[in-house]
Design a protein around this ligand. Structure first.
Ligand SMILES: O=P(O)(O)OC[C@H]1O[C@H](OP(=O)(O)OP(=O)(O)O)[C@H](O)[C@@H]1O
Ligand SMILES: O=c1cc[nH]c(=O)[nH]1
Ligand SMILES: [Mg+2]
Length: 209
């Protein structure tokens, strides 16, 4: 599983702001979307293009590059993944969206699935999972299990912050998934929160703190 920690200065700056105490939901949401946008730029670097003939402004035949094949389904994980979604879609506006709902049980830290609506042709698309936090890795592993059951063969994930413990668990379960993250932090605390982390990303995005 290739893990890409993106060291771009804009990403580092914005993640730093997200860590500050007392950040408003408005600012947190805007930054989640902006970092989601920048991570999408990095994660789509390897997409293949093909030459397509078209007519230019002058009536001349020219060749241009277009993204090849069936393209992408973006997979936001409810709730917090919605906070990054518009930033992702600004770069790939034609992507189909496959929504998956899971929450982490506070006691057991196990993911509990409550919704999924995956596009019919998911097997022919690259799946781009979007979630701010990769903590124990349980939520991501359950999401990849589901997408593979639906036939997905190429799966990537975008995360604002990832914990080493979660990356290791995902590596063991799904070594073929590409992870893009703005930061690999130090560790999980006893409640399964990432340190230093961002706190509860869903609560900050939706104002339910
Ligand atoms: O790697 P894990 O240990 O599984 O934890 C990560 C998950 O926890 C958070 O969601 P949460 O369960 O808080 O749901 P929410 O988005 O509704 O707040 C986060 O957005 C991930 O989906
Ligand atoms: O640190 C964490 C871990 C899981 N979910 C969050 O929102 N934050
Ligand atoms: Mg939450």
């Amino acid at each position: 599983m290739p893990v890409h920690e993106i060291h771009h200065p804009l990403i580092q700056h914005k993640i730093g702001l997200m860590r500050e105490e007392g950040i408003s939901s408005k600012d947190f949401r805007e930054l989640a979307s902006e970092v989601g946008n920048l991570l999408t730029y990095e994660a789509t670097r390897e997409l293949q293009t093909e030459v397509v003939e078209t007519t230019d402004w002058n009536g001349k035949k020219i060749n241009i590059q277009k993204i090849k094949g069936k393209k992408i389904t973006v997979v936001p994980i409810l709730r917090a993944g919605l906070g990054m979604l518009d930033g992702v879609l600004r770069l790939i506006p034609n992507a189909k969206i496959s929504v998956v709902g899971l929450y982490r049980d506070e006691e057991t830290l196990q993911p509990v699935a409550y919704f999924d609506k995956v596009v019919k042709d998911a097997a022919e698309r690259t799946a781009l999972i979007v979630d701010p936090m990769l903590a124990t890795g349980g939520t991501l592993i359950a999401t990849v299990d589901l997408l593979k059951q639906k036939g997905c063969k190429h799966i990537m994930g975008l995360f604002l912050v990832a914990a080493p413990e979660g990356l290791e668990a995902v590596q063991a379960a799904h070594p073929d998934v590409d992870i893009y993250t703005a930061a690999i932090d130090e560790r999980l605390n006893e409640q399964g929160y990432i340190l230093p982390g961002l706190g509860d990303a869903g609560d900050k995005i939706f104002g339910t703190r």
